[in-house]
Design a protein around this ligand. Structure first.
Ligand SMILES: [Zn+2]
Ligand SMILES: [Zn+2]
Length: 303
């Protein structure tokens, strides 16, 4: 078995990369992908422990993106780089995404300070690491006694219509998909159930739209997907010819009911053949790209 969706303490998990590797080996897994939010640092730190443990390690990432212009919550896009870390161009794009997030957080700190709330960016970043955002400021406000709950922090200060609100600038999901593809990665829509789209025909329409934008796969198996939900996404993936992936979304003690490799009470079981399928897909796309270059049929920028 394998697990293609795990987090370390470089994003919002609690385990170090070395401990994640240890837990994966203990669970009897043959391969895992580290898919921290908007950073490869956890993957980088897992390379050596995985090599020593004889565990296959896949380079992955979970990108926060925007499905619609005014989306309230980010949409997660998984990306797999089966040949290892992507190009520096992709890392530069990622650094820009992180810079935009940091600039937003700096503005939020200033607004909170204007409201006489003593909150620092460093304290929020120690909670949120690669994905520091409003919820981490809410926790600080609660922990510092300015509010009694996270909800109250949003109501009084951080919510969309509250005085310290600063809009977020995540990349659109189409931009994220395109960046992943340009870097030779496989973009996969993460845990589609969390998008709360009904009815299923509307979910399928979204997959069609994202496939046209370059999406290559769907996360069919996930701790939040019960068997009926997984079967629904499996059907859509087959119908639309999208790759099937799966993983627990392990976060260590931050989500103690989720086990690496098996999810919630064993609801995630991802066979090694899924990874072989992804490798075949990568080989297909890289040979298509090669043929395009050889025949001078590549995509050119117009103007
Ligand atoms: Zn996610
Ligand atoms: Zn995740």
């Amino acid at each position: 078995m394998i697990d293609l969706h795990t987090h370390t303490n470089y994003s919002d998990g609690t385990e170090t990369p070395a401990n994640l590797v240890r837990n994966a080996v203990k669970a009897g897994l043959r391969a895992i992908a580290v898919t921290d939010h908007d950073t490869f640092d956890g993957y980088r730190a897992a390379v050596e422990p995985a090599r020593e443990a004889g565990l296959e390690l896949i380079c992955g990432i979970e990108i926060s993106s925007r499905l619609a212009e005014k989306a309230a919550r980010p949409t997660h896009l998984l990306a797999y780089f089966l040949s290892g870390l992507p190009s520096t161009a992709f890392e530069e794009w990622l650094a820009q995404v992180q810079q935009a997030r940091r600039a937003r957080n700096e503005r939020m700190v200033l607004r909170l300070q204007d409201l006489s709330l003593d909150v620092s960016l460093a304290a929020a970043e120690s909670l949120g690491r690669s994905i520091t955002g409003r919820v981490h400021f809410a926790r600080l406000l609660r922990d510092q006694g300015y509010v009694t709950s996270i909800d109250q922090a949003f109501e009084l200060y951080l919510g969309d219509h509250a005085p310290a609100f600063v809009p977020m600038h995540e990349p659109s999901i189409e931009e994220a998909i395109q960046q992943v593809r340009a870097a030779g990665g496989l973009p996969v829509l993460a845990h589609p159930i969390r998008l709360n789209i009904t009815p299923p025909v509307a979910e399928e329409a979204l997959l069609v739209r994202l496939k046209e934008a370059g999406l290559l796969g769907v996360e069919v198996y996930h701790s939040d997907h019960d068997p009926a939900v997984a079967a629904r996404y499996l059907g859509m993936a087959r119908k639309l010819n999208l790759a099937v992936t799966g993983g627990s979304d392990y976060h260590g003690e931050a989500k103690p009911n989720i086990q690496v490799g098996s999810g919630k009470q064993g609801n995630v079981q991802v066979p090694y053949a899924i990874l072989q399928g992804l490798r075949a897909l990568r080989d297909h796309h890289s040979s298509v790209a090669r043929i395009a270059i050889l025949s001078g049929d590549g995509h050119h920028d117009e103007a």
